[in-house]
Design a binder for this molecule. Sequence first.
Ligand code: NDP
Ligand code: 8X3
Length: 252
Amino acid sequence: MNKIALITGATSGIGRACARRFASEGHDLIITGRRKERLDKLSSELKEKYNINILPLNFDVRMREKVSEAIASLPDKWKEIDILINNAGLAAGLNPVQKGVIDDWEQMIDTNIKGLLYMTRAIAPLMIQQGHGHIINIGSIAGKEVYPNGNVYCATKHAVDALTKGIRIDLVHHGIRVSQIAPGAVETEFSEVRFKGDTEKAGQVYKGYEPLHAEDIAEVTYYVTTLPAHVTINDLVIMPTAQASATVMHKE
Ligand code: NDP
Ligand code: 8X3
């Protein structure tokens, strides 16, 4: 087997770009997401192009039993996970708290915080057993700053920021690296999901400047894994050049 990377949320955006980047470097992949047909399509594409081993796992990271079953039932050789990329996540809605949609809050908290925890809880013991591993959490500039109407999404990404630090402390005695990549605006399906399929509104988010591309995030995520074993990037904030902070953009 080659090095194994498990990527959550590989059906779209940053996760899919990471899958392509790591596959191009000869990593074997476990890719996850809820949309099975997209996982199957990506598996065929990457197998054919890079001749790697690839295991698609179709589950919702919010379902704790499904997460633990999926990892527990991996064949032994697939349990030797070198890299876990906790990427699956979303923003749902953009409302002031007094108009917040409580189901949206639950979905963000359950996916962005609890899903990441379920995955980490299932995989960290395997990494401890093998004596090495690298966990990379996809945070956000929203985990460093708070912006108007971002309330709950920002809180979930602040939680990812805190959990990355906490997990690093817990796993330092086991030789496991723990990193966070925190991007600004990346043009993916993120805004379409946030605005519930309103493509017009989503498109506006990326107008007038060049946003980051999912491939940019895949590139730095891969880079973080290429450093010598004694080197860890704890936290990497990456922004479009036209974005100075969560709210300050230079638009033409
Ligand atoms: P996309 O919407 O393009 O991709 C999101 C991915 O997450 C999909 O593959 C989706 O798969 C998966 N996902 C969402 N919910 C679940 C769930 N309950 N169970 C399993 N998988 C799930 O957005 P991005 O690629 O932009 O987002 C990826 C990560 O990057 C997120 O954590 C996001 O918060 C973060 N981020 C994004 C930024 C941006 O501007 N785009 C900036 C900073 C951070 P499926 O629907 O098939 O389950
Ligand atoms: C996604 C980027 O600025 O919409 O995390 O929060 S932002």
